[in-house]
Design a protein around this ligand. Structure first.
Ligand code: PTJ
Length: 217
């Protein structure tokens, strides 16, 4: 029960979404810690979208539109916070959706797939045996990707991603777009387009920007 007039209502609502996602096995416990780090950076930014982030959103929208084979990579935090907008973005750009987890379990993959489908996703890659390909240079389960998705993508949108994987995707020649409130993270520095802003503000803005740019030269 968060009153609308609470001065920190938006931030508290976002926390509740993550806690709810945690209870439903979508978000991993470490995801709550990762969110806390993001919140700290957001606080320093005044919890507002900067002009630099607006420009990065515009560049990301344009890149998604000109890509031949874009993939939106979804982890637990992204699914809990923005499943609806991820599905909208996939619909409007023609990008594929792939579940790709840092703390990978098949139960979580299935829970995230179900959450995306609940919001209208028609196809969700990367779940279970479908994630049968490997990203070179990464160890263990973290390198598994879908041979129809990230493996063959020209552009990968990886919000809240781990630095090793972002670097590996860049080395594979993919264009990488990320959203990360920490501008110093390896992901923020390794991606081709880095949007330093809160994912909850970025996703609706990205959908809107793609709609505005779609059909233009
Ligand atoms: O669901 P999984 O198993 O794939 O795990 C997801 C997490 C996020 C736990 C995993 O990828 C992880 O540990 O990420 P890191 O290395 O902690 O990086 C997360 C980055 O995202 C940090 O730099 C945070 O500052 C940033 N961040 C957290 N919440 C937000 C955010 N950036 C933008 N918007 C947010 N809401």
């Amino acid at each position: 029960m968060i009153p609308d007039d609470h001065p920190r209502a938006a931030s508290l609502m976002t926390r509740e979404k993550l806690v709810d996602g945690f209870k439903r096995n979508i978000v991993v416990a470490e995801g709550l810690i990762a969110h806390g780090r993001g919140e700290a950076f957001d606080y320093l930014l005044g919890e507002k979208t900067t002009e630099m982030a607006e420009s990065a959103v515009r560049a990301a929208a344009a890149l998604l539109l000109i890509s031949k084979n874009a993939v939106l990579s979804v982890n637990g935090n992204a699914a809990a916070l923005c499943a609806k907008e991820i599905v909208e973005l996939a619909d409007i750009t023609g990008a594929k959706i792939e579940v790709n987890l840092f703390y990978r379990t098949e139960e979580r993959e299935r829970a995230i797939k179900a959450e995306l489908e609940r919001h209208g996703a028609r196809q969700v890659l990367g779940v279970g045996e479908k994630a049968s390909a490997r990203i070179p240079e990464l160890s263990s389960e973290r390198r598994r990707v879908d041979p129809e998705g990230i493996l063959v993508a020209d552009t990968v949108f990886v919000p809240l991603e781990d630095g090793d994987r972002t670097e590996a995707l860049a080395k594979m020649g993919k264009s990488v777009i990320t959203v990360d409130l920490n501008p110093l993270s390896r992901t923020a520095r390794a991606a081709n387009i880095t949007i330093v802003d809160n994912l909850v503000r970025v996703m609706p803005a990205l959908v809107q920007k793609v709609s505005a740019l779609k059909g233009k030269d």
